[in-house]
Design a binder for this molecule. Structure first.
Ligand SMILES: C[S@@+](CC[C@H](N)C(=O)[O-])C[C@H]1O[C@@H](n2cnc3c(N)ncnc32)[C@H](O)[C@@H]1O
Length: 198
């Protein structure tokens, strides 16, 4: 068994033991433990939340005084009291309005683990991923409070440099993170962005 497969298996097993819906939970747990992005009472918007691993982590961290809105085009079953779910495509033009209506105010944290269905053709997958990230950036003025935080999944590729420049113009602090739970061989990594300049 290759090291990357062993690592995937390890986190899948751990997720089962610890009651998380997916091994993806460990990526957010590791990012949060390093950058302290989720706090009790926070309002969190989680794009690409199915099957629900990040929702579970965020729900616990924000506690009963906080709220998590999950969005995905695939259905998600959740019984967590502080979690609300919207089954929608992020490109839907009414997305921001629907989020605001559910949240009641702008969020403190925006998470995006959005990923396209991978075709295996690296340039195409990268371009689709950047489109998803740009859509999230486009929505920020309406859904993220000034001073807020965002965590965005990105695939490495030719458009990354330009995209990073766009993100840096919107946040005072931006860093690139590859959590241990993210497969070694995959081209994904995360941008951790703090202090939204609105
Ligand atoms: C890697 S999975 C997310 C895993 C999740 N963070 C977890 O912890 O369980 C990526 C998700 O992005 C969603 N997605 C991709 N494109 C989307 C779109 N245009 N609108 C809504 N969701 C989308 C997929 O349906 C998929 O569930």
């Amino acid at each position: 068994m290759r090291l990357t497969e062993a690592k995937r298996d390890h986190y899948r097993k751990l997720a089962k033991e610890e009651g998380y819906s997916s091994r993806a939970s460990y990526k957010l747990l590791q990012i949060n433990s390093k950058y302290k992005i989720l706090r009790s009472g926070d309002y969190v918007i989680d794009f690409g939340c199915a099957p629900g691993g990040w929702l579970e982590v965020a729900s616990k961290e924000v506690s009963d005084s906080g709220c998590v809105i999950g969005i995905d085009k695939k259905p998600v079953k959740t019984s967590l009291a502080n979690v609300k779910f919207l089954c929608m495509d992020v490109f839907d033009v009414s997305m921001e309005e629907r989020i605001l209506r559910l949240c009641g105010r702008k969020g403190d944290v925006v998470l995006s683990d959005l990923a396209p269905n991978v075709s295996g053709i690296w340039e195409i997958d990268h371009a689709k991923q950047i489109d998803l990230c740009r859509r999230v950036l486009e929505m920020l003025p309406k859904i993220l409070a000034r001073g807020g935080t965002a965590v965005l999944k990105v695939f490495e590729g030719p458009s990354f440099k330009n995209f990073l420049g766009e993100v840096k113009r919107k946040f005072a602090y931006v860093t690139i993170e590859k959590p241990l739970a993210s497969r070694g061989a995959s081209s994904e990594f995360y941008l951790v962005c703090k202090n939204y300049l609105a």
